[in-house]
Design a protein around this ligand. Structure first.
Ligand code: FES
Length: 258
């Protein structure tokens, strides 16, 4: 869900009828996880601060109006949270439908097939069909702007990974990982609302000419195939991973053997 809160003060609440006690400052999403409940999400992760942009994690809370995002809502004493109401199920499905309608439908040949959170979430919210043409939103927008209905080209300037804007859902995980994990400010979000996009470098718009140090933090957190290691593009996602311990020295580092 979201990063752990550090506080000695404990807050008691219920999530779907399950009582939990969590540190003050914990997000409702994390409290739900403590109760054993997984709330669908796309923009939140355990490692970077919550952003609240995807709206997939909405819940209902007694006494609170609307459907707040569970990743950015902190717990409060006595809170009664519902994560699985009909209303939130409907909202999540609608949100996913919009994401999918603006996403290339090449899952079967995509390097992230089987390892894509967009795919997982579509399944998790029960999205079986999309009422719009594939890419309908995207192309409608481009038609209004001019005759070129193309997604922005891939950025292949970095030797280790590729950035494909067509698959980006602008969850900002990469931007936050760059800042919070790496302490670099190579990535920004440009524009507003539906036209917002992730951009590398101020004006230069390429990873190689940005402040990127190729740490890979952005690639790690990307929920889709937008930021993907070139190695994965070439050889595909491993079907199974075997943990092996390196025998060269006594440290015992373990690594994935594919
Ligand atoms: Fe909460 Fe995206 S996970 S808004």
């Amino acid at each position: 869900g979201t990063p752990a809160a550090k506080s000695d003060v404990t807050v008691n609440l219920t999530v779907d009828g399950i009582a939990v006690a969590v540190p003050y400052g914990t997000s409702v999403m994390r409290a739900a996880a403590v109760a054993g409940i997984t709330v669908p999400k796309l923009c939140a992760t355990d490692h970077v601060s919550a952003f609240g942009s995807c709206r997939l994690c909405v819940v209902q809370i007694d006494g609170m109006r609307g459907t707040p995002a569970s990743c950015t809502t902190p717990v409060a004493e006595g809170m009664v949270v519902h994560t699985q109401t009909e209303d939130v199920a409907k909202i999540r499905k609608g949100v996913m439908e919009l994401y999918i309608s603006d996403h290339p439908l090449d899952c079967l040949t995509c390097a992230a097939n089987g390892d894509c959170e967009l795919q997982d979430m579509a399944g998790a919210v029960g999205l079986r069909e999309v009422r719009y043409e594939p890419g309908a939103n995207h192309f409608a927008r481009r038609d209004a702007e001019g005759p070129n209905p193309e997604y922005r080209p891939k950025d292949e300037s970095n030797p280790y990974f590729t950035f494909d804007p067509a698959k980006c859902i602008v969850c900002s995980r990469c931007v936050r990982a760059c800042e919070e994990v790496q302490g670099t400010f190579a990535l920004t979000i440009e524009g507003r609302g539906f036209d917002s996009r992730v951009s590398a470098g101020m004006g230069s718009d390429s990873f190689l000419s940005s402040d990127c140090v190729s740490c890979g933090a952005c690639v790690q957190v990307c929920p889709t195939a937008t930021l993907i290691e070139n190695k994965v593009i070439e050889i595909g996602t491993p079907e199974h991973v075997v943990k092996t311990t390196c025998a060269y020295c006594g440290v015992g580092c373990s690594f994935d053997a594919h």
